[in-house]
Ligand binder design. Structure first.
Ligand SMILES: C[S@@+](CC[C@H](N)C(=O)[O-])C[C@H]1O[C@@H](n2cnc3c(N)ncnc32)[C@H](O)[C@@H]1O
Length: 374
């Protein structure tokens, strides 16, 4: 039986997620709100958890019902669901509500409480007692989305800890980029996964490590010991065996001979952090200590993908932005992908970008820029 899934992504990377899922062979893709919907059997949900580099979460739609404009209608709909496939009295859960902007349900805390009450009351009937709420590490994270026209979709998060936390980076730098955003930027840059790649401001190494994983076709979900859905009661012996087989097949898709990938930074201490993270991720990188402004004499084809300092979390000034832009301009024929935390970065690079797109980098507004240097 076909299930309905929703994968969400950082703001501004939804279209890149759609492209990624299309390349991975997912079906019936539809860009919607903060992510991409798709359909398929259960194993397609697991496959998205294992393979998507850009998604943060993969949600399974438990049910959808119309006519939800009052708290009572929402409560009744959620209470009518059979929660036994997802919860026992020793499981914990949490609720995230994504309500419409207007109307009686517009307050996410209140709407979330209604959903929580309905689940607790349903479980008292179905299980004889209530499961506990755990906001930090629940076994089941329920997401209730209510559209402006009153359609409620109730989802269960397959993943648990967001997919962007791969686990190879216990040591971040001063301003680490989320792994999923690094993967989105690599795709945005137009890198072909075969030519040499350089991140000259690598910090904790995220972009270079994500590049190496992508080039070697290593599924990022393999870093994860367990997804939340493996703790649900419905994850029975046949599902355990099926997922084990899928993990085995996924491991076998690794490709040898990735292209040379170089991680550089001015700060030797950051290079040590990047080296340790690359070791944990099991990828081979070349490291280079130096000032990005002195980059020269690189032979094409080269792709530079980087997240330079931008003066908010790390000091950078107009002279730095000018020097950075001049260095990029010397890389004739190179592709350059930049995530810029300030417009001054684009102003320093001569010529117009092939593409630019606003994106959310944690709490900061940023922009992705892609260039082909003349
Ligand atoms: C925004 S951080 C990069 C964060 C990185 N993407 C990560 O995920 O950890 C910018 C990095 O640029 C480095 N940096 C600052 N000035 C530099 C320069 N002139 N040349 C090379 N690297 C520089 C800093 O040491 C810092 O690690």
């Amino acid at each position: 039986m076909s299930a309905y899934f929703f994968a969400n992504a950082a703001r501004g990377t939804e279209r890149l997620l759609l492209e990624e899922l299309r390349d991975l062979g997912f079906q019936n893709l539809e860009l919607a709100g903060s992510g991409v919907a798709f359909t398929g059997d259960w194993s397609e949900g697991w496959r998205a958890c294992l393979w998507s580099r850009i998604a943060q979460r993969v949600l399974l739609e438990i049910t959808r019902f119309p006519g939800v404009s009052t708290p009572e209608a929402l409560y009744t709909g959620v209470r009518a669901l059979d929660w036994r496939p997802f919860l026992t009295v020793s499981h914990s859960f949490s609720v995230t509500a994504l309500p419409p902007r207007e109307g009686l349900l517009r307050n996410p805390n209140f709407t979330g409480l209604k959903v929580k009450d309905a689940i607790v009351d349903a479980c008292r009937d179905q299980l004889g007692d209530r499961p506990m709420v755990n906001r930090d590490q629940p076994d089941l994270r329920v997401v209730a989305h209510i559209s402006p026209n009153g359609d409620a979709s109730i989802y269960a998060d397959l993943v648990g800890e967001p997919l962007c936390r791969r686990g190879y980076r216990p040591e971040g730098g001063e301003a680490p980029l989320r792994e999923s955003l690094a993967a989105a930027l690599l795709r945005f840059s137009g890198w072909d996964r075969r030519s040499p790649l350089l991140d000259p401001c690598c910090g904790s190494g995220t972009i270079a490590i994500e590049a190496a994983l992508w080039a070697a076709n290593i599924a990022p979900g393999l870093f994860r010991q367990q997804f939340a859905c493996e703790r649900w009661p419905l994850h029975d012996a046949s599902r355990i065996a099926e997922l084990r087989e899928l993990r085995g097949k996924t491991r076998a898709e690794r490709r040898g001979d990735p292209p040379p990938i170089t991680a550089g930074d001015l700060d030797p201490a950051m290079l040590e952090v990047a080296r340790a993270n690359a070791r944990r991720a099991g990828v081979r990188l070349t490291f280079r200590q130096g000032d990005v402004r002195e980059l020269r004499n690189w032979t094409p084809p080269l792709t530079v993908v980087t997240n330079p300092p931008y003066g908010v979390r790390l000091a950078a000034d107009t002279a730095f932005f000018r020097g950075f832009g001049a260095a990029m301009a010397r890389l004739h024929g190179a592709r350059v992908g930049v995530i810029a935390g300030t417009p001054e970065i684009a102003e320093g690079i001569p010529g117009r970008p092939l593409a630019r797109h606003p994106v959310r980098n944690g709490a900061l507004e940023a922009e992705m820029l892609a260039y082909l240097m003349p």
